[in-house]
Design a protein around this ligand. Structure first.
Ligand SMILES: Nc1ncnc2c1ncn2[C@@H]1O[C@H](COP(=O)(O)OP(=O)(O)O)[C@@H](O)[C@H]1O
Ligand SMILES: [Mg+2]
Length: 256
C-alpha cells in the first residue's frame, strides 16, 4: 500500500509512564497502525489497557516515549507544524468535554472562533452541524449541557467535532454510560456522520456492539500491543484466545 493512501500511519509507538525506575508503567509497547483513507477502525480493549493514552498520543496531547505517527507526511512530533497536524482531526472526548457555562450553540461557536472562523460564519456552521446530528431545533441549541440527556450531550459534542469537516475523526468511548437503545442510536449516527463526511474514523471502545456497528477493521489492544486485528467477518471465526475471551465476556453481559 502506498503511503499516500494512508490517512494515518503509526510506527512502533511506546509509552512508559514514570521515570524509568521500578515504578515505571509501560502502557504501550510497540503499536503499529496503517489506517487507509476513508476506513473506520475500532480499537477494542478492556478498561485501563491504554486506549485513551493511545488516542492522546495520536493527537500529540501526550508525548510518546518512542515511535512516530504521520498524517499526510506530517509528524505528530513536529512542533513547528502542530497547528496543521491538528487541523486534520476532529475529536469526540469521552465525557463530551462541553463547557457548562455555554449553551450548546455557544460551545460550537466558541470552538470555531478559537480556530479563526468569524463569528457570523461560526453561527451558521454551528446551526448546520447541530441539524446534522439531530439537534436542529432552536429550543435545543439554546440549552446548557446540564439540561441535556446523555445522548444529546454526545450529539452536541459530535457537532463540535465535525464543525470544520475534519479528515480524521477520533471517538473515545462514544457510547459508554448510555443505555443500550441510545447507545445503538449514537453508534449509527457516528457511522452515518463519518460516511457523509467521507472521513477516516478511529474509535476506541470496550463495547463490542459499538464496534460491530462502526468498524471496517477491528483491533484488540492488550498488554500494550495489538493482540489481534481483522475484519468483522474474521472476528466471527477468530481462534485468537484474547479475542475469544472478549467475545465471551460480551455474550455474558448481554445474557445478564
Ligand atoms: N497521565 C498519566 N500518568 C500516569 N499514568 C497514566 C496517565 N494517563 C493514563 N495512565 C495510566 O495508563 C493506563 C491506561 O490508561 P487509559 O489509556 O486511560 O486506559 P483506557 O484503556 O481505559 O482508556 C492506566 O493504568 C492509567 O492509570
Ligand atoms: Mg479511556
Amino acid at each position: 500500500m502506498s503511503q499516500m493512501s494512508l490517512a494515518l500511519c503509526s510506527s512502533k509507538i511506546t509509552k512508559i509512564f514514570g521515570d524509568g525506575s521500578s515504578h515505571a508503567l509501560p502502557v504501550l509497547q510497540g503499536i503499529d497502525l496503517r489506517i487507509e483513507k476513508g476506513a473506520s477502525w475500532v480499537v477494542l480493549g478492556r478498561s485501563g489497557v491504554g486506549k485513551s493514552v493511545l488516542l492522546k498520543i495520536l493527537l500529540g496531547l501526550l508525548p510518546m516515549t518512542s515511535g512516530d505517527t504521520l498524517v499526510d507526511g506530517l509528524s505528530v512530533r513536529d512542533r513547528a507544524h502542530r497547528h496543521s497536524y491538528l487541523s486534520y482531526f476532529g475529536m469526540l472526548f469521552q465525557g463530551g468535554a462541553l463547557f457548562d457555562s455555554m449553551t450548546i450553540l455557544g460551545n460550537i461557536v466558541f470552538a470555531l472562533t478559537e480556530r479563526g472562523v468569524s463569528r457570523a460564519q461560526a453561527i451558521e456552521i454551528a446551526h448546520e452541524k447541530l441539524a446534522a446530528v439531530g439537534l436542529g431545533e432552536r429550543r435545543v441549541s439554546s440549552l446548557f449541557p446540564s439540561e441535556l440527556s446523555g445522548g444529546m450531550k454526545k450529539r452536541a459534542a459530535l457537532a463540535r467535532a465535525i464543525a470544520l469537516d475534519p479528515k480524521i475523526l477520533l471517538f473515545d468511548e462514544p457510547t459508554t454510560g448510555l443505555d443500550s437503545i441510545t447507545s445503538s442510536k449514537i453508534a449509527y449516527l457516528l457511522r452515518d456522520t463519518v460516511q457523509t463526511l467521507g472521513a477516516t474514523a478511529i474509535t476506541i471502545t470496550h463495547d463490542l456492539v459499538t464496534a460491530r456497528v462502526l468498524a471496517d477493521r477491528i483491533c484488540l489492544l492488550e498488554d500494550g500491543r495489538i493482540a489481534w486485528q481483522g475484519t468483522q467477518a474474521e472476528l466471527e471465526t477468530t481462534d485468537n484466545p484474547q479475542m475469544i475471551d472478549l467475545l465471551k465476556a460480551a455474550q455474558g453481559e448481554r445474557a445478564s
